[in-house]
Design a binder for this molecule. Structure first.
Ligand code: NAD
Length: 387
């Protein structure tokens, strides 16, 4: 079929198989243009088909065996699959061509069953039946509790009082006011259930019980803090509560791994365009300003540059962390000169002055690229296999 971008609000409901493959290849080419990292040799990535998880897998794959877990839909002759499905297929093809062992599981990472399947794969396929690195990069709107079958939904809302700010419709470029109501107590709890650390702990416990963790194993989960502009809806909101729980989990896992000499970290990453981040109100407008400022200062990074920096940072001894034991890959985003400039440009932002103050096109290009669109090297008018 001929695949064009189709939108439902801020969600793109189609994905271009060849465009997604090219986007993955760009990330692989970037990593292969750099010296090989002498890092972990057996890596499990939970949430490996898009965004930070995919970039983490690529950052490590060209020097190690990887297993990726994700939840994606394949295409049919008349409907495209999800971008993550095509991304993973392209990644596996590239890995196979390079002779790299790479295995994948498409299923619900929150379930006991997928954890069991992953352990079986590790035992069967990885040298010594163990992993040296577990990256936990899930972003999900809901989670089914594996024991009670209760389904929890995550929301992105402030806590305590309604939040008022500015946002942009990135299709039209219109800047407008936005109000987000405060979350109810049950919504806060549900968000922590979905995006907090409980499932990360369950993964590590299951792997440890099955003797699938190697001595010195490292595990990482990702977080975001961001500027005061977005604190009410992010850091101090429902998702921030979940991220606090992720830090609690990191401390608990660090203790659980002490017998193996292992470590657990939360890495605070930079704001990048992903399917998850573009759904957060206010954030696209912030990113339009941020990307312009960071590019002018030569500091702009995408998922793959961030994850390369992560893999290099973990080789340092001791690993550089902040007072809360977190890696801070958001250091350039949070630089005082960068943030002062964001605030200066944010003041009085309107539809008319946005083009001088920010680079909404950079955000748009990033968003379209997630679904394999907007590339010069793809013939979008040609038929393409979606199945
Ligand atoms: P993303 O939406 O691009 O990726 C989410 C991944 O999770 C996909 O591989 C998807 O298939 C997988 N997934 C979702 N539900 C699943 C399930 N039930 N079972 C198996 N796999 C499932 O998200 P992202 O933005 O890369 O976020 C990953 C992590 O990075 C999150 O913890 C997020 O908070 C964090 N982070 C993101 C940003 C940002 O700006 N995007 C910044 C800092 C930190």
């Amino acid at each position: 079929m001929i695949v064009k971008p189709r939108f439902r609000g801020f969600i793109c409901t189609t994905a271009h198989p060849a465009g997604c493959a090219a986007h993955v290849r760009d990330q692989i080419d970037y990593i292969r243009s750099l010296p090989k990292i002498d890092g972990p040799k057996r890596v499990l990535v939970v949430g490996s088909s898009t965004g930070y998880g995919l970039a983490s897998r690529i950052a490590y794959a060209f020097g190690s065996e990887t297993i990726g877990i994700f939840f994606e839909k394949p295409g049919t002759p008349t409907r495209t699959g999800t971008a993550g499905f095509y991304n993973n297929r392209a990644f596996e093809e590239a890995a196979r061509e390079a002779g790299l062992p790479a295995y994948s599981i498409n299923g619900d990472a929150f379930s006991h069953d997928v954890k069991r399947q992953a352990i079986e794969l590790i035992h069967r396929r990885f040298e010594g039946g163990q992993v040296d690195m577990v990256i936990y990069s899930l972003a999900s709107p809901r989670r089914k509790d594996p024991d009670s079958d209760a389904v929890y939904a995550s929301v992105i809302q402030p806590i305590g009082e309604e939040y008022h700010s500015r946002t942009v419709d990135f299709h039209t470029g219109e800047v407008r006011d936005v109000s987000i109501p405060a979350a109810a107590p049950e919504e806060i709890e549900s968000t922590v259930k979905v995006m907090g650390g409980e499932d990360w702990e369950l993964w590590i416990q299951a792997l440890k019980d099955a003797d699938a963790l190697a001595p010195g194993v490292q595990t990482l989960a990702y977080s975001y803090i961001g500027p005061s502009l977005t604190h009410a809806v992010y850091k101090d909101g429902t998702i921030g509560r979940a991220k606090e729980d992720l830090e609690r989990a990191a401390r608990a896992i660090e203790t659980a791994l002490s017998s193996l000499g292992g470590h657990a970290w939360v890495s605070v990453n930079k704001a990048v365009v992903t399917q998850s981040s573009s759904a957060i109100p206010v954030v696209p407008l912030y990113m339009a300003l941020l990307f312009d400022i960071m590019a002018q200062k030569g500091l702009q990074e995408d998922c793959i540059q961030q994850m390369r920096r992560m893999s290099e940072t973990l080789l340092e001894s001791p690993v550089p962390v902040d007072a809360e034991n977190r890696l801070r890959l958001d250091d350039w985003e949070m630089r005082p000169d960068v943030q002062a400039e964001v605030l200066r440009r944010w003041e009085g932002i309107t539809t008319e002055n946005l083009p001088e103050r920010g680079d909404l096109d950079a955000f748009r290009r990033g968003f379209f690229a997630l679904f394999g669109f907007g590339r010069e090297d793809i013939a979008y008018d040609a038929e393409v296999e979606t199945e």
